[in-house]
Design a protein around this ligand. Structure first.
Ligand code: G3I
Length: 343
């Protein structure tokens, strides 16, 4: 592997909690420059897509462990924590499951149990934590999303998914993961109500994942408020998919609103500040024992999902298109290094 000389000290080396990134494993292991940066900075790894149901079980009875096994192998080799993303998500449910499940909800309930048992069981003791259910609430407001899973199994599917995952690996840290909960207080409240109900009913939930796909104009005060409310549950808090964009969108595929088509030095510095503040808020507001870690969603502007998904230009991550560290990288680093009062 050609080793590049780097000035960056490595985010993981200055952090008290794990620093993660999401990756596409094939892209990572076939790109030496990307891999050097990944190894330098991160001690936790999440799959952007490779561990979703669509990838693990694309056809009936055809489990495909190739990529997930590769991720585990890579993580072990480089001493990184593996975080499992995700077990149940409407957007990654294979067509064949939908077709069968829509005809037979009893089958679907059994299928979900079996899938989670097999999958979590296979990686028992090796995958540290899981996003058990992803995005079960509407993009805005507090209503349950009327997904295939909800429509066929009712909201109980969420609690059951947590129960099955816990049965398969009692030591895995189990998360509910969603977006917009750092900025939409109604949506956050709905998640917190669910957590409260779960605790009352003894449903094994251990953490809340804030995806944290934020924008430059997402107010820091609102983020701080949301982190504080979530931390009050006593659960682990994971910033699970961090990126920060300049442009806007309507939360839908191809729904980008491109106000900026190029980035200025001033914008880069503003993003540096925003990254720094986010890391500092996490460190100041979330008690140490609840800091599961901060994970960025891809770590280069070249690879970020934003452009393709929203169909707009943007500069969401800490490395630029040429894999050079941006001021945002420095902001992240400074946020980790700055002295904070001990909790
Ligand atoms: O692997 C196939 C490849 O074989 C095929 O040729 C190609 C053609 O379309 O598709 C490839 O799969 C793509 C996959 O990413 C791997 O790159 C899928 O089409 C594409 O839809 C998929 O997108 C991912 C998306 O989730 C849907 O699973 C993004 O990479 C990933 O960043 C995104 O991540 C989500 C989180 O899971 C949940 N929160 C929001 C976040 C961003 O949308």
């Amino acid at each position: 592997m050609s080793q590049k000389k780097l000035d960056e000290p490595g985010l993981k080396n200055v952090s008290e909690f794990p620093i993660g990134t999401a990756v596409n494993i094939n892209r990572l292991i076939n790109d030496d420059a990307l891999m050097s940066l990944q190894i330098l900075n991160f001690n936790s790894i999440t799959a952007t897509s490779d561990m979703k149901m669509q990838s693990i079980l694309p056809a009936e009875n055809q489990f495909n462990w190739k990529k997930s096994d590769t991720i585990l192998y890579y993580a072990k080799k480089h001493n990184q924590r593996v975080f499992g993303h995700n077990l149940i998500w409407h957007s990654s449910t294979p067509k064949w499951v939908e077709e069968k499940g829509n005809k037979d909800s009893l089958w679907l309930g059994e299928f979900m149990k079996d899938y989670i048992h097999k999958y979590v069981g296979r990686y028992k003791g090796k995958v540290a934590g899981w996003d058990v259910v992803n995005e079960a609430f509407e993009s805005k407001g507090g209503a349950y999303r009327k997904t295939f899973w909800y429509n066929n199994l009712g909201k109980e599917y969420i609690a059951n998914a947590f129960r099955y995952a816990h049965e398969a690996d009692p030591d895995a840290v189990l998360f509910y993961n969603d977006f917009n909960i750092e900025r939409d207080t109604l949506k956050l409240q709905a998640v917190l109500n669910m957590v409260k109900d779960f605790k009352k009913e003894g449903v094994p939930i251990h953490g809340i994942g804030f995806q944290m796909h934020i924008r430059m104009d997402t107010p820091d005060e609102v983020i701080a408020y949301s982190l504080k409310k979530a931390a009050e549950t006593g659960l682990q808090i994971h910033l699970s998919e961090v990126d920060i964009i300049f442009n806007s969108h309507n939360d839908e595929r191809l729904g980008g609103i491109e106000n900026y088509s190029s980035i200025t030095d001033e914008m880069k510095l503003a993003q540096e500040e925003k990254y720094k503040n986010l890391v500092l808020m996490y460190r100041r507001i979330v008690p140490k024992e609840q800091q599961f870690g901060i994970t960025v969603w891809d770590f280069t502007d070249r690879d970020s999902w934003i452009k393709g998904f929203f169909n707009m230009k943007d500069w969401p991550t800490i490395y630029d298109e040429d894999l050079k560290p941006k001021p945002a990288y420095n902001g992240f680093l400074e946020g980790l290094k700055e002295k904070t009062k001990k909790k």
